[in-house]
Design a protein around this ligand. Structure first.
Ligand code: FES
Length: 215
């Protein structure tokens, strides 16, 4: 399963948002996939798009009781198996999934989330109750200007936005640890429901950049 590209080396000695010799190191295919979203090219629910209730479900923010469906190459649309989310993996991209309509909420870029797993003992007191056996989820949209938070700094265990270098700590409620982001990355509380990951509550804060970059 493809995951977010590690950017540790690219950002270690570089100005925020840049690799040693140019733009941030992100897998081209991943950046292209996300840019495809900018053009509102969705990948799920094609057959139902003429159906207005289904269209509304696609655009709706994550709801308690939703499941999570993968947005990873080769796995798109498959429900995420909690057992497949390992502690040493970079974040996975996922959409909330409406179990009643059986449709991913892929109608808005604001719905895309990052899913990752940590040792529950390393999570902050605020974050621990939002985690499902150590699995946490955050919006993939930076709170600064709305870019994709595409990079994972594996050694530091931080999320990194390549646009202006904001970094977020997913073990501490998405707290900003570097850069211009004005607030923490909103978390999506999770719980386990049998063999599924389920959304336990709405995002902890509104999703999106304070000064949207236009896509
Ligand atoms: Fe993410 Fe500016 S740091 S949009």
């Amino acid at each position: 399963m493809e995951t977010l590209a590690p950017a540790e080396e690219a950002s270690a000695d570089a100005p925020p948002g840049q690799g040693r010799s140019g733009p941030p190191t992100v897998a081209p295919s991943r950046r292209a996939v996300l840019c495809g979203l900018c053009a509102a090219t969705a990948t799920f629910g094609t057959a139902a798009r003429a159906d207005e209730p289904a269209e509304a479900a696609r655009n709706k923010p994550a709801q308690p009781g939703d499941w999570l469906a993968s947005f990873e190459d080769g796995h798109a649309g498959a429900l995420i198996d909690p057992a497949g989310v390992k502690r040493d993996m970079p974040p996975l991209l996922a959409w909330p999934f409406d179990p009643a309509k059986k449709i991913a909420r892929d109608g808005s870029r604001l719905n895309l989330v990052l899913v990752m797993r940590f040792d529950p003992a390393t999570l902050s007191p605020d974050e621990r109750p939002r985690a499902a056996n150590g699995i946490v989820a955050y919006t993939a949209v930076c709170t600064h200007q709305g870019c994709w938070v595409t990079d994972w700094l594996a050694k530091k265990q931080l999320l990194h936005c390549p646009c202006h270098g904001s970094r977020y700590d997913p073990r501490r409620g998405g707290a900003v640890v570097l850069g211009p982001a004005p607030r923490a990355l909103p978390a999506l509380p999770l719980r386990l429901a049998g063999d599924k990951l389920e959304v336990a509550a709405s995002f902890t804060d509104h999703v999106g950049g304070e000064a949207p970059s236009g896509y």
